[in-house]
Write a protein that binds this ligand. Structure first.
Ligand SMILES: NC(=O)c1ccc[n+]([C@@H]2O[C@H](COP(=O)([O-])OP(=O)(O)OC[C@H]3O[C@@H](n4cnc5c(N)ncnc54)[C@H](O)[C@@H]3O)[C@@H](O)[C@H]2O)c1
Length: 266
């Protein structure tokens, strides 16, 4: 149990990556506050953790609304006495090209992906400083934050911004004993998320066809699953990573390291 006695907040707890990370932290002993603007995602994730024998609380919260974020962090404090770990995972994926992107959609994607991470980090870090409790903050990025993807202008821009948000926040918080690191997932195998949704009592969803053939291009020959990100998040959250701050940990099956014209499956 690497996180026994710790309290974690995870945002964006759908049955896919956020749910996988929340369950992974709970399996290592953390009490987990599951936060999502969709109430079922918050509640069902918390219920799932409790069924597995863990401690959890589901809170509906829009991470772009500062009053809601402050209230959510306040409830986490009331329920568990403080917060040691924050995983900023809530995000809006996908988008359009720079030629097509409507301002309203751009603004919402930037608000959730960047401003939501800023607000959660601000309020959780303030609580950690007030309580004199060192902690670990993890920011979920994407390989699309490291590269220029066509047809995804808002997502690429916001995820790239998070890489340097992480470094700057790490510098602001270093003297308080708060570490801030990012974790870079890539195109994720969908099977685990579909199975988790079923385990949470939802009907089996159809696999949707993807525009890009990710599996053909991935060096290891297999795409990562949420549990792989969860293990990396446990590491970053734990004392094993006590000297690691301002870093990006890529859990991308080699995607970013790959020489661009190489097709591993060819
Ligand atoms: N799925 C992938 O292949 C992939 C790859 C790289 C990075 N990521 C990143 O991983 C994270 C999770 O992705 P996912 O695939 O599980 O997506 P998802 O859509 O299943 O989950 C995102 C969750 O964020 C929540 N959310 C959105 N706006 C919110 C808001 N304003 N306040 C609170 N919650 C809000 C949604 O309700 C949803 O539950 C995202 O940050 C995404 O960018 C995903």
């Amino acid at each position: 149990m690497k996180l026994a006695g710790k309290v974690a907040i995870v945002t964006g707890t759908s049955p896919n990556i956020g749910g996988g990370i929340a369950e992974g932290l709970a399996d290592e002993g953390a009490a987990v506050v599951c936060v999502d603007q969709v109430p079922e995602n918050a509640q069902q994730c918390a219920e799932s953790i409790k069924r597995r024998g863990g401690q959890a609380l589901g809170i509906a919260c829009d991470v772009t609304d500062e009053a809601q974020v402050a209230a959510m962090v306040g409830r986490a404090r009331e329920s568990f006495g403080g917060v040691d770990i924050l995983v900023n995972n809530a995000g809006i994926l996908g988008g359009l090209s720079v030629l097509e992107m409507p301002l309203e959609r751009w603004n919402r994607q930037i608000a959730v992906n960047l401003t939501g991470t800023f607000l959660c980090t601000k309020h959780v870090a303030r609580l950690m400083v007030e309580l004199g409790r060192p902690g670990s903050i993890i920011v979920i990025v994407s390989t699309a934050g490291h590269q220029g993807q066509a047809g995804n202008i808002g997502y690429c821009t916001s995820k790239s911004g998070l890489l340097n948000f992480t470094r700057a926040a790490a510098m602001d918080l270093a003297r308080h004993g708060i570490r801030v690191n990012s974790l870079t997932p890539t195109a994720t195998d969908v099977e685990e998320g579909l199975a988790r949704a079923e385990a949470w009592g939802r009907p089996r969803a159809e696999r949707r066809p993807r525009l890009l053939d990710f599996a053909k291009m991935i060096p290891t020959g297999a795409l990562p699953s949420p549990r792989h990100y969860a293990r990396a998040a446990v590491f970053l959250a734990s004392d094993d990573a006590e000297m690691i701050t301002g870093m990006d940990l890529r859990v991308d099956a080699g995607a970013i390291a790959k020489y661009w014209p190489w097709v591993p499956s060819a």
